[in-house]
Design a protein around this ligand. Structure first.
Ligand code: CTP
Ligand code: MG
Length: 237
């Protein structure tokens, strides 16, 4: 079954602080997006990479990716994204050719995902799971509150402490049977979900977790960039 990677890369990266859109920020001298595209294009299953670019930057992203061609047998296309991650993913799905049966949705903000993790997700979908998510146990104890303090920074009363042993932190690429993911996006078209698997769950379709990888962490805040640079430097040794 032919598989495509959809890479939402249209976010601004507000939590990273001022600068270029996050996907275009450099990591080891190369834009984060290029790392993410490479990680997906190297996976055995992936025949097509669809990059969802910041609105207004599609042409610039196309030129950038032309400078970094994919391996033989892999195509790459660029489409402009939307105001929310969900909309960006939907625009990426709209660009898929008919023959694609498996879709891996991968955040550009997870540039260092190991290819083995990508292959494992794709293999589980290929083996028949409609939705597959890489995940890791959480290391911090997690508290639930009733509502965030307004304004932020004030005290927040705790309502519950879920058993940490039963919690997992999810990563990408999340792998799906294409028809299942498209149906979920149609059903929840008005939402702004940050997690594709969550939309699939709400349709009652089973979602399974497979082991994620520490290096698939999301670059969100400035400290994550420091970690990403260190991981890359260690790989290059
Ligand atoms: N994303 C997207 N379109 C949007 C918003 C986000 O394609 N309108 C993508 C981001 O580019 C990123 C992924 O979704 O690869 C995960 O989102 P996140 O880490 O939140 O990135 P940003 O939204 O860019 O960051 P922030 O929330 O700090 O602004
Ligand atoms: Mg965001």
């Amino acid at each position: 079954a032919p598989a495509a990677a959809v890479i939402p890369a249209a976010g601004r990266g507000l939590r990273l602080g001022p600068g270029a859109p996050k996907a275009l920020r450099q990591l080891g001298g190369t834009p984060m997006l290029v790392h993410a595209v490479r990680a997906m294009a190297r996976a055995r299953a992936v025949a097509l990479v669809v990059v969802v670019a910041p609105p207004g930057e599609a042409e610039a992203v196309r030129s950038l990716l032309d400078e970094h061609p994919p391996p033989p047998g892999v195509d790459q296309v660029v489409v402009p994204g939307g105001d929310t991650r969900q909309e960006s993913v939907r625009l990426g799905l709209d660009a898929l050719p008919d023959e694609i049966e498996i879709v891996l949705v991968h955040d550009a903000a997870r540039p260092l995902v190991p290819v083995d993790t990508v292959d494992a997700v794709a293999a589980a979908v290929r083996a028949g799971a409609p939705a597959v998510v890489p995940a890791l146990p959480v290391t911090d104890t997690v508290k639930q509150i009733a509502a965030p303090s307004e304004p932020p920074g004030g005290p927040e009363p705790v309502v519950a402490t879920p058993d940490r042993a039963l919690l997992r932190a999810v990563q990408t690429p999340q792998g799906f049977d294409r028809a299942t993911l498209v149906a979920a996006h149609l059903k929840h078209a008005e939402g702004d979900a940050t997690d594709d698997a969550g939309m699939v769950e709400r349709m009652g379709v089973p979602v399974v977790l497979v082991p994620g990888h520490e290096e698939a962490f999301k670059v969100t805040r400035p400290l994550d960039l420091v970690l990403a640079e260190a991981v890359l430097a260690r790989r290059r040794k």
